[in-house]
Design a protein around this ligand. Structure first.
Ligand code: SF4
Length: 400
């Protein structure tokens, strides 16, 4: 069952945000660059009447070129970079000592939640920017060098499944050398509206490729779109980097699932790695209270704000009927995993364009250049949970 595609009430808002983007894109002398989050390619076609979860990366790339973008890059590439940086950070914290458990930091809703409710735990968050911001920073440095263009002449747009990503993009620290990492964010629904507004017949478009190098991704980058995906991608790389052995099985079923909290122990060489995956912020309280009390011995915890991860983000096609949500989330998730399984490269550290990026530009994960461009800081924004009262009956609901 496709999503409701009319949404007349939203049209005025969509036009407002699109006008801002198209006005900037029409300025002469600009290199117009776009990136798309992993979850867009499994939901965009729903806006054009296709079944839930229809996978259309090639048509999406083609549509973005017809909308006027000069380079179609991919947030999935940034997800691969995130794994290189975050995986190295985790290994360093485990082997050399550092605040554990380490939390992921790619979901701006989760980051803001931590800044307000658990500011004393902010040094537990990975210092990595999100994949969107990493791609943004690389577009105006590495990408600018490759295109021989000044960063000031690049206009960088991100298509996201998320209504929090504009907030993240606007954070003052999300810039490098005076240039904003990402200039504007549009949601999946806004992109669909734009394609329709321009009269592009989406489903008749040919499949086109993303541009190189910042549009080439592994299956591990793809699965960032579902809850548990960051953890699975990190284990695929972390296991091999720590042990120098091949991971026996790439599909890690123990982090896949629909429960609000999933936990597992993984033998990585001599280390018994304890991990947890949290989907939906209402479930985060349970683990964070234990971390705060010093009672949580996990090494790595993934937290995503939305119940099924980014495939269920607030910027995705609207599902007017509650009964369609589970159907859509499961179809999108299955499509993401299928896209990963069909990928020639399924581990971030084996993506040849990632290897090239580090050889030619970044040097090494957590090195000087990476630290300058790809890492960030977090800030206390609230008094912390201890000063708030909470209804315990809202906790522990493990359903989507
Ligand atoms: Fe945004 Fe939801 Fe994804 Fe977090 S999980 S980045 S809030 S879409």
């Amino acid at each position: 069952m496709p999503a409701d595609i009319g949404e007349p009430l939203f049209a005025a808002y969509y036009s407002y945000s699109l006008n801002k983007v198209t006005n900037m894109m029409n300025k002469s002398g600009q290199l117009r660059i776009v990136q798309c989050a992993p979850a867009i390619r499994v939901s965009l076609a729903e806006e054009f009447g296709m079944p839930f979860g229809t996978l259309t990366p090639g048509k999406m790339a083609a549509a973005l070129r017809r909308l006027g973008f000069d380079r179609v890059y991919d947030t999935n590439f940034g997800a691969d970079v995130t794994i290189m940086e975050e995986g190295t950070e985790l290994i360093r914290r485990v082997t050399e000592g550092g605040p554990l458990p380490m939390f992921t930091s790619c979901c701006p809703a989760w980051v803001r939640f931590a800044e307000i409710e658990y500011p004393d735990l902010l040094d537990h968050l990975s210092s990595c920017k999100s994949p969107m911001q990493m791609v943004g920073a690389l577009v105006k440095t590495y990408g600018a060098q490759l295109d021989a263009v000044e960063p000031a002449n690049i206009y960088s747009v991100a298509i996201m499944p998320c209504t929090c990503k504009q907030f993240e993009c606007d954070r003052p620290e999300m810039e490098s050398d005076g240039y904003r990492d990402v200039d504007a964010v549009l949601t999946t629904r806004e992109l669909a509206y734009w394609i329709k507004q321009r009269g592009i017949d989406f489903m008749s478009l040919p499949d086109e490729e993303f541009d190189s190098p910042l549009g080439q991704y592994s299956g591990a980058g793809t699965i960032f779109g579902v809850t548990g995906g960051v953890m699975e991608a990190a284990i695929r790389t972390g296991y091999e980097l720590l042990t120098n052995e091949k991971l026996p099985k790439l599909q890690l079923d123990f982090v896949r699932g629909e429960e609000g909290i999933r936990v597992a122990e993984v033998q990585v060489g001599e280390l018994q790695l304890k991990v947890a995956v949290v989907a939906g912020l209402q479930h985060a309280y349970q683990l964070l209270d234990r971390v705060q009390a010093g009672e949580c011995d996990y090494h790595f915890i993934e937290v995503m704000g939305c119940p099924a991860g980014c495939i269920s983000g607030g910027g995705q096609p609207k599902l007017m009927l509650e009964k369609h949500k589970m159907e859509a989330y499961r179809a999108r998730k299955s499509s993401i995993y299928g896209h990963d399984a069909a990928s020639q490269v399924r581990k971030s550290h084996e993506n040849p364009f990632i290897i090239k990026l580090y050889d030619e530009f970044l040097g090494e994960p957590l090195g000087h250049v990476s630290h300058h461009l790809l890492h960030t800081t977090f800030h206390k924004r609230g008094p912390g949970r201890q000063s708030l009262s909470r209804d315990a009956s809202t906790e522990g609901n493990n359903d989507y």
